[in-house]
Ligand binder design. Structure first.
Ligand code: DC
Length: 241
């Protein structure tokens, strides 16, 4: 699969051109609903590219932290984000996130980065830069795009929109299983509170809050297996695209 390099050339602060092909499967939902795993599987089954937009917000946050950009200074956060060189290299099964030439795939997943994203993700002009990048990537190939605002803001013309949800307890259990799978100790109460706070931030911010698009299919994955969720989305996508 060809590497998708995203050049840094958005001088205007307008959103990029809308994807008119609409060969986009847009998957949104709260933290821990299983979006990433499901979106990757759906992309593989449909032979489409996979776009993880959360990784872009993570990369922007990590870059600001690395360069000591004050996290309460929107102007400087926007400037830092608009000058970042973001690339996704390798194949979709194991994509590497390369920022300014450095592989940051694992670094952007630390709890410190996760905790600081809320300082950036509510800044409208910062979102504009990332949305432009996302639209540009989505225009390259038929894509399964995953995030918080795929169906509402980034790809409003997508013919297949999914909103994945699950109870807070079930999302906490899933995240805990992922962490213990990676050998980490997990404080369940703390994890639950972290997820609850991220939900609150994602749903209540003024800029592109997390919500299902009016034409999205809402799937509550509580009690559903990965295979069942994947099959439901693949079948809807085949009908619509
Ligand atoms: O999907 P994730 O956990 O990697 O996303 C990290 C954060 O980035 C999430 O808490 C909110 C933000 N985000 C966003 O605001 N819009 C997106 N399209 C994707 C992620």
């Amino acid at each position: 699969m060809a590497a998708a390099a995203v050049p840094n050339r958005w001088s205007s602060l307008e959103y990029g051109p809308l994807n008119t092909l609409t060969e986009i499967v847009a998957i949104d939902g709260p933290a821990g609903a299983g979006k990433s795993t499901v979106a990757r599987r759906v992309a593989r089954e449909l032979g489409m590219a996979f776009l993880d937009t959360g990784a872009m917000y993570r990369a922007a946050t990590w870059r600001a932290m690395k360069h000591g950009v004050p996290l309460d200074d929107p102007e400087r956060l926007v400037a830092s984000t608009s000058s970042m060189q973001y690339q996704v290299l390798g194949d979709d099964a194991a994509p590497r996130i390369v920022l300014d030439g450095e592989d940051v795939t694992n670094r952007i997943r630390t709890p410190e980065v996760t905790g600081n994203i809320r300082c950036l993700d509510g800044i409208p002009r910062l979102r504009e830069h990332l949305v432009a990048m996302q639209r540009e990537l989505g225009a390259l190939r038929p894509t399964v795009a995953e995030g918080r605002d795929m169906g509402t803001v980034v790809f409003p013309g997508a013919k297949c929109k999914i909103f994945l949800d699950a109870s807070l307890d079930s999302r906490t259990r899933r995240r805990a299983a992922e962490s213990t799978g990676h050998g980490a100790d997990v404080d369940l109460e703390r994890l639950r509170e972290d997820i609850r706070l991220r939900d609150e931030n994602d749903r209540s911010r003024a800029a592109s809050p997390l919500r299902p698009a009016d034409d999205a299919m809402i799937i509550d994955t509580t009690g559903m297996s990965l295979d069942e969720v994947t099959a439901a989305i693949v079948s809807l996508a085949r009908e619509r695209i």
